[in-house]
Design a protein around this ligand. Sequence first.
Ligand SMILES: Nc1ncnc2c1ncn2[C@@H]1O[C@H](COP(=O)(O)OP(=O)(O)OP(=O)(O)O)[C@@H](O)[C@H]1O
Ligand SMILES: [Mg+2]
Length: 245
Amino acid sequence: MIQIENLCKTYINKKKGITTKKEAVINLNFECKPGKIFGLLGPNGAGKTTTLRCISTLIKPTSGSIKVNGYDILKDEKKVRSIIGFLTSDMKLDGYFTPNYMLDYFGKLNKMDLENIKQRKEELFSELEMEDFIDIKIDKLSSGMKQKTALAISLIHNPDIIVFDEPTSGLDVITAKNVTDFLRKSANEDKTVIISTHTMSVAEKLCDEIGILIEGELKELGTLSEILSKNKADNLEDVFFKYLA
Ligand SMILES: Nc1ncnc2c1ncn2[C@@H]1O[C@H](COP(=O)(O)OP(=O)(O)OP(=O)(O)O)[C@@H](O)[C@H]1O
Ligand SMILES: [Mg+2]
């Protein structure tokens, strides 16, 4: 469960004595429930990554509160980190190592014992269909294979909460389906899943609840059918363009 109340994030940058402010996220309120996939949908610059980084404790909110399984992201930062799997779009993988090695490394970093790491690797390699490339150096992998490796790393400790920033971006339809099937399976295991996307079809097909974020503000919140009927629209694209017009 993720509970977000009155979340605001303003970036303040000082350059050559000039201070600039950017209100990236303004007063967000929503919940992500266990067993459900929540989709944060919005155009470039809407504040999706900012919101997911706040949930994952990578940046601190300017104001507001976030609780993850009841733990406050500011007071219980370590605990929150231990139960979250966070995938970021800009995760850098060291090209010299193999997926197999990287998962061992991150498993140990998460204080997992060797048997546990071995079991979890087998699960992830099979579910994400990675077996063919686990022993090939990351440098030599395609971008989809690298993306799967990043996904597997973020999930090695079998987190209860899955926070994925643009998990299907840049993936072909087969690889993307592999990833979305995995997310559905995780939700069916009662995990809490939140993803960001700017792809309408991903939100429509995959997400149980959708939040439409435009210029830092949550303009719509609900199930697909709730959002469509409220807006008398046939698809999310129509709703989306209503706000961008
Ligand atoms: N470190 C930062 N300093 C200043 N402004 C920032 C910083 N990071 C993000 N921003 C600004 O905050 C706003 C929201 O950015 P964010 O990355 O959260 O958007 P996004 O919805 O993830 O976009 P995209 O779809 O392009 O990934 C943008 O205007 C961006 O320029
Ligand atoms: Mg982003």
